[in-house]
Design a protein around this ligand. Structure first.
Ligand SMILES: [Cu+2]
Length: 178
C-alpha cells in the first residue's frame, strides 16, 4: 500500500515536469536556434543572386598599410585561395591579389582591416556584382558573397584609397574547360 502511494507520487512529479521555468528555457533555446538558422540562411544569400544551392568558395583578404608602399589589399593563403589563384603567378600573395573564377561560381570574399599603422577605415566594392561592404574600422571584418554571373575582368577597389585595387577574372564555361 505504502509503495503504491510512492509510485503514484512519482508519476505525479513526472507529469508536472513542464514548469514555467522549463517553458522559459525552451523558449530561449528556440529563439537561439532560430537566430542561428537565420544567420546561416543569410550567409547563403548572394548580393546579386538567389539563395545558393552549393557552398560558396572562400577568399581571404587583409587591408593593410605598408610604410614603404602605402595602402594595399593582401591575400591570405588558404587552401581554397590557392585553387582560385592558380595561374596568378608571382602576384599570388602580393598586393591586390587577382581572383580567378569560373562563370557561375559563387565567392565569399572575407575582408579584415589589419591596418595597424594608420587605423584608417577600408572597404571593398565590385560594382558589376553589386558588392559594397561597409567601412571597416581596425580589426573589423566583413564577408561579401556574390555570384560570378558575368564574364570578363572586373575591378575590386576601396572607395577610400584609390590605390587599393585588384582584378577579378571570370572565365566563361568555354574558356574554363578548354
Ligand atoms: Cu582602403
Amino acid at each position: 500500500m505504502g509503495k503504491k502511494l510512492i509510485n503514484q507520487k512519482k508519476k505525479k512529479n513526472n507529469k508536472n515536469r513542464i514548469t514555467p521555468k522549463n517553458l522559459i528555457v525552451i523558449g530561449i533555446s528556440l529563439t537561439v536556434i532560430s537566430l542561428i538558422m537565420y544567420g546561416g540562411i543569410n550567409s547563403l544569400k548572394s548580393s546579386n543572386g538567389n539563395f545558393l544551392l552549393s557552398p560558396a568558395r572562400n577568399f581571404f583578404m587583409k587591408a593593410t598599410y605598408l610604410p614603404t608602399e602605402g595602402y594595399a589589399y593582401t591575400g591570405q593563403s588558404t587552401g581554397t585561395a590557392k585553387i582560385l589563384n592558380s595561374g596568378a603567378g608571382s602576384n599570388r600573395f602580393g598586393h591586390g591579389p587577382p581572383i580567378t573564377l569560373n562563370q557561375g561560381n559563387t565567392l565569399s570574399l572575407h575582408l579584415i582591416n589589419e591596418d595597424s599603422e594608420t587605423h584608417s577605415k577600408h572597404n571593398i566594392n565590385i560594382d558589376e556584382f553589386d558588392v559594397h561592404s561597409k567601412d571597416l574600422g581596425y580589426f573589423q571584418s566583413q564577408t561579401v558573397t556574390f555570384t560570378a554571373n558575368k564574364t570578363g575582368t572586373f575591378d575590386y577597389y576601396c572607395s577610400i584609397h584609390p590605390e587599393m585595387t585588384g582584378k577579378i577574372i571570370v572565365k566563361s564555361h568555354a574558356e574554363a574547360y578548354k
